[in-house]
Design a protein around this ligand. Structure first.
Ligand code: AMP
Ligand code: ZN
Length: 116
């Protein structure tokens, strides 16, 4: 369920402080410590899932809920009209540094395509 060595499990459990924006029984969102946009939130499940590559079918609804909460937070922050970006980095080549699956919610500026 949770990994005692995992940074984001520790944040979800309140063991390591973070600017928590939202939490419920399944999902936690907090501000990224190194923001890449005026709004940069991370949205995670309380369940420890290391990465998209480790995801199994039984966890589909958990990830669906993480994405829905991210969209709800975007709307509540007034980002929906101009648009925003959700990012999931998977593996070292994509820049994943924390191996607890997380969705980056980025907004408040324009975003180019393709991403870097
Ligand atoms: P990724 O590179 O996709 O694995 O994203 C990990 C993100 O976690 C990065 O954007 C980091 O800035 C962020 N991060 C690392 N440590 C913390 C922390 N203690 N609190 C909040 N965000 C963090
Ligand atoms: Zn974890």
């Amino acid at each position: 369920m949770s990994d005692p060595q995992c940074l984001f499990c520790k944040i979800a459990g309140g063991e390591i402080p973070a600017k928590v924006i939202y939490q419920d029984d399944d999902v936690v969102s907090f501000e990224d410590i190194n923001p890449q946009a005026p709004v940069h939130l991370l949205v995670i499940s309380r369940t420890h899932i290391p990465s998209l590559d480790a995801l199994d079918e039984a966890q589909e609804s958990t990830v669906g809920r993480v994405v829905r909460i991210a969209a709800e937070l975007a709307r509540s922050r007034g980002l929906a009209a101009d648009g925003y970006r959700l990012v999931v980095n998977c593996g070292p080549g994509a820049g994943q540094t924390v191996y607890h699956l997380h969705v980056h919610l980025l907004g408040g500026r324009g975003f180019s395509w393709p991403p870097g």
